[in-house]
Design a protein around this ligand. Structure first.
Ligand code: MN
Length: 275
């Protein structure tokens, strides 16, 4: 559990402990497979905590999550929406089940990705991008059964609305039953696909539901098929190739920068947020 509201499996950096040279700029992926939460008046979630040096990107598949931060941003994302938060120089934030969702209870299904920031952008001012499902670029695929929603970067000739600090492509691809999706990703990018729903076959390998596919950097074409239909969270990005110093909620380049982050939180430089 992360707090009492997010029952997640951590695909990386722990688990197989896959090296950053295969996953950078993506640093962490927590996946909350569908869980049916009972109704509760006081919303479950994670209380006030800091972040610096990276972005938290939350993908909502079912249920609703609310966010408040010390930079004055707040918002609620629901089914199909994405919240792209740049912690940058530092925020305090809290992440909870949205009040009405909590009262009614129901199925909660989310993923949270941590995107590392290039050294030159680690201390940017915090930024909050709510990206609603209908704001994403929507592409019907040639098979007549499948579709894609582009969150950031360009895929299938369409560009997503999300702003990023390094080249990243993020999209949700829905393959219809008996359908297929073929697309190209730069060979120099690190690429990974989370099977959010259903099973697929990707470049000849079976990819079961709730599994993560990590690509070798040896080609550009991705060909995915699904007998019964599948939803893929597709992430691809240019590696940063910079030193990493990580501890808890901070992701920096040097140990000294980590120590500075702790001092700055203690000195109140991340602002104020009520619990
Ligand atoms: Mn957080």
């Amino acid at each position: 559990m992360v707090g009492d509201g997010f029952r997640v499996s951590n695909f990386f950096p722990s688990g197989y402990n896959m090296a950053q040279d295969r996953l950078s700029p993506f640093f962490m992926l927590d996946y909350n497979t569908p869980v049916d939460f009972s109704p509760r008046e006081h919303p479950r979630g994670v209380g006030v905590h800091p972040h610096r040096g990276f972005e938290t990107v939350t993908f909502a598949f079912k249920g609703k999550v609310a966010h408040h931060d010390s930079a004055g941003h707040s918002g609620v994302i629901g089914e199909g929406d994405v919240q792209w938060m740049t912690a940058g120089s530092g925020v305090l934030h809290k992440e909870y089940h949205e009040q009405e969702f909590s009262r009614k209870g129901g199925v909660f299904h989310m993923a949270q990705l941590w995107v590392n920031l290039p050294a030159k952008h680690k201390m940017e001012a915090p930024r909050y991008q709510p990206i609603a499902r209908e704001e994403m670029a929507h592409v019907q695929l040639p098979d007549g059964k499948s579709e894609a929603r582009i969150v950031a970067g360009e895929l299938f000739g369409a560009k997503g609305p999300g702003k990023t600090w390094s080249p990243i492509i993020a999209a949700v691809v829905r393959i219809g039953a008996g359908g297929e999706a073929t697309f190209n990703l730069p060979a120099s990018y690190n690429s990974t696909i989370l099977l959010v729903e259903g099973a697929a076959n990707i470049n000849g390998s079976d990819a079961p539901a709730d599994h993560l596919v990590i690509f070798r950097n040896d080609g550009e074409e991705v060909h995915a098929t699904s007998a019964n239909g599948a939803t893929l969270l597709m992430l691809s990005g240019e590696p940063l190739n910079e030193p990493i110093a990580a501890y808890g909620p901070f992701l920096m380049n040097t140990h000294e920068e980590l120590q500075q982050a702790f001092r700055d939180v203690a000195a109140g430089k991340f602002g104020v947020l009520e619990d």
